[in-house]
Design a protein around this ligand. Structure first.
Ligand SMILES: N[C@@H](CCC(=O)N[C@@H](CS)C(=O)NCC(=O)O)C(=O)O
Length: 404
């Protein structure tokens, strides 16, 4: 029996996947990014009503400052629309509109606000201070901590340590300065009961979370340094645990691999040899596996086009005829979606698509390229949530391992 006929059709896969996930995105044909998340509270708006907030953010969802604003919008359940700005080619209308020309910026009930901290404060002013304490004294402390997050040198110290080269004689001094900054955060977290900077989740947590997340993902790989699990920082670790309980955080965060790949590709920092670890999230969860399969099934045409154009797989086309290669790409993506939905995380039998039973080495080679490429091509939360991206990469690794 041919492998083609044993794998579910795209239509079946899409239908089953949709039934098992509540995550939904809109397609943006011919645009970058090719899909966009639907804000969790958009359904609260009456039909044909413009959302009160328009967020300008980066196309790849990498910008930590944009993540702050998105996090607050999701926490506050404010319906919003998004306009994506390509940072490599900013439109003239954007640079004319925003004096700094940076992202994020927002139109809040028609009024332009820029600088992430100022957008966060403006959202509190316009939509109720749900992310600042009611108690006046504590409110003042929280506002001061928000200012400190911008000005206390934490970001600068952390990036200097992250980007120092191993040969640099400053490395130990930069590590010590960075650790002193983390000690200051430890002390700040001790001031109020509970895991957050003040007695409830607030803007202060939102100010720090995108940066601390990126550091926790990247320092082990690029500097061999661990924040998570480090006994010197018990409160920061408890804070990460508390963030992990928040649904809005899971909608906006990146996964470890996205963070790791970005640092090398975008900033040219070289890993010191440690492997890129997958997130310790529940990648076997059906909700996440179904979300990943739903994304792949729904967006397959864009994915296939991207693979054919950018993965190098065209080199395997005989005499310029790409159709057999395209068929093999499509088959392996379908296998991946099928495995995400029906595989239950079990190991696949070897030799399903190439190997000894289906002895077409070209099909196997195309499959290997396809899976290796999409595994690192997926970017969270641009293409899917961090949890789904982790399920996707885990499944791609397993199907890849079954080819030869
Ligand atoms: N202080 C700004 C920083 C914003 C920022 O640095 N944005 C970066 C993206 S992460 C940007 O727009 N870069 C484009 C550029 O530098 O031209 C804020 O908090 O909003």
């Amino acid at each position: 029996m041919s492998i083609q006929s044993t794998v579910s059709s795209w239509e079946q896969l899409f239908e089953t996947a949709q039934k098992n996930t509540s995550a939904r995105r809109v397609r943006r044909p011919g645009q970058t990014p090719s899909t966009a998340p639907i804000p969790s509270s958009l359904h609260k708006l009456p039909p044909d009503t413009a959302p009160p907030v328009l967020l300008y953010r980066d196309t790849n969802s990498w910008c930590p400052f944009c993540e702050r604003v998105w996090f607050a919008l999701e926490e506050k359940e404010i319906p919003f629309a998004t306009e994506f700005i390509d940072l490599n080619n900013k439109p003239e209308w954007y640079t004319a509109l925003v004096p700094t020309t940076l992202v994020p910026a927002a139109k809040i009930e028609g009024e332009l606000v820029y600088e992430s901290k100022d957008i966060l404060l403006a959202l509190e002013e316009k939509f109720g201070t749900t992310l600042l304490p009611n108690d006046l004294e504590e409110n003042a402390v929280a506002r001061q901590l928000v200012e400190d997050a911008e000005n206390n040198g934490f970001k600068e110290a952390s990036y200097k340590f992250l980007r120092v080269t191993p040969a640099d004689s400053d490395q130990l001094a930069l590590q010590a300065t960075f650790e002193t900054k983390l000690d200051e955060l430890e002390q700040a977290l001790a001031k109020y009961p509970g895991p957050y900077f003040v007695s409830s989740f607030s803007l202060v947590d939102i100010m720090y979370s995108p940066h601390l997340d990126r550091l926790a993902a990247n320092l082990p790989v690029y500097r061999g340094y661990h924040i998570k699990g480090n006994e010197r920082f018990p409160r920061i670790n408890a804070w990460f645990e508390a963030l992990n309980q928040r649904p809005a955080y899971h909608r906006v965060k990146s996964d470890n691999i996205t963070n790791n790949l970005l640092l090398r590709r975008r900033w040219g920092v070289e890993p010191i040899g440690n492997p890129l670890p997958l997130d310790p999230v529940d990648s076997e969860s059906l909700e996440y596996r179904a979300e990943a399969a739903e994304r792949l099934s729904d967006n397959r045409e864009a994915a296939i086009g991207d693979i054919l154009k950018n993965s190098g797989v065209q080199a395997l086309a005989s005499y310029g005829d790409i159709s057999a290669v395209q068929e093999a790409v499509e088959l392996h993506l379908r296998l991946l979606a099928d495995y995400l939905i029906n595989g239950n995380g079990a190991p696949l039998p070897g030799g399903r698509t190439g190997g000894k039973d289906n002895a077409d080495p070209i099909v196997a080679a195309v499959g290997a390229i396809t899976l290796a490429y999409v595994r690192n091509r997926i970017c969270a939360p641009r293409d899917m949530s961090a949890g789904a991206a982790t399920a996707f990469r885990t499944a791609a690794d397993k199907v890849l391992a079954s080819i030869y």
